[in-house]
Design a protein around this ligand. Structure first.
Ligand SMILES: [Zn+2]
Length: 204
């Protein structure tokens, strides 16, 4: 990077088009250096630079700055980030201030989103009635037209293949639904000999 900078970018005799090419090379090298820096454990300590900042003696990363990229191993299980949960008793002004994490990964076509936030104030249906949204950690997985969402109180599965108008969705416990209607629902309940609920299976 220094070589490109000293020899070409600082060279005033070079024409605009050529300078752009070397600028692009410089950018690519910078990106490569950033990936290399991700492997650095900064074990040679930091040196002081201006503005009270410190940089790693090996890779030059500024101490306290977040990495822009994440390195993951190609084989074996991948781990990204530690588990995060709501961390304050306070009710924040809006979701933005209450947000701890909202991140999404497209993993070989399966979309996974983790949304973690503290309690915040919101308006119901856009009117003036202010309500408090409770803190939560919501995990959503979308795969082939099905969305599975897990939060503190509910596990919800949604099929997006049937489009319905607002207000046309009904819900009920199995004992509230007529047996002949219930027979159309491809759901199998799992339970033990003491009738403890163990899970359920939905046939597609
Ligand atoms: Zn380093």
């Amino acid at each position: 990077m220094n070589f490109i900078n000293d020899k070409f970018l600082k060279n005033k005799t070079i024409n605009k088009k050529e300078a752009q090419t070397f600028f692009n090379i410089y950018q690519q090298l910078g990106l490569a250096w950033e990936f290399l820096g991700l492997q650095c454990k900064h074990w040679d300590n930091y040196k002081k630079i201006k503005n009270k900042k410190e940089t790693c003696k090996i890779c030059g990363k500024v101490k306290g700055n977040e990495n822009f990229y994440i390195l993951l191993p190609k084989t074996g299980p991948k781990k990204m980030g530690a588990i995060l949960s709501p961390n304050s008793k306070k009710t924040f002004k809006n979701k933005k201030e209450a947000q701890i994490l909202n991140d999404t990964i497209d993993f070989y076509g399966a979309i996974l989103n983790v949304d973690v936030f503290n309690s915040y104030k919101s308006n119901l249906f856009g009117n003036k009635h202010e309500i408090n949204i409770a803190e939560d950690r919501i995990v959503k997985l979308k795969e082939r037209g099905i969305e599975c969402s897990l939060d503190k109180h509910l596990i919800h599965i949604k099929f997006d293949k049937i489009k319905i108008k607002p207000g046309e969705k009904y819900s009920g416990f199995p004992w509230e639904i007529k047996k002949k209607d219930l027979k159309k629902f491809p759901v199998i309940f799992d339970f033990d000999k003491n009738n403890n609920f163990l899970g359920l299976t939905i046939l597609r």
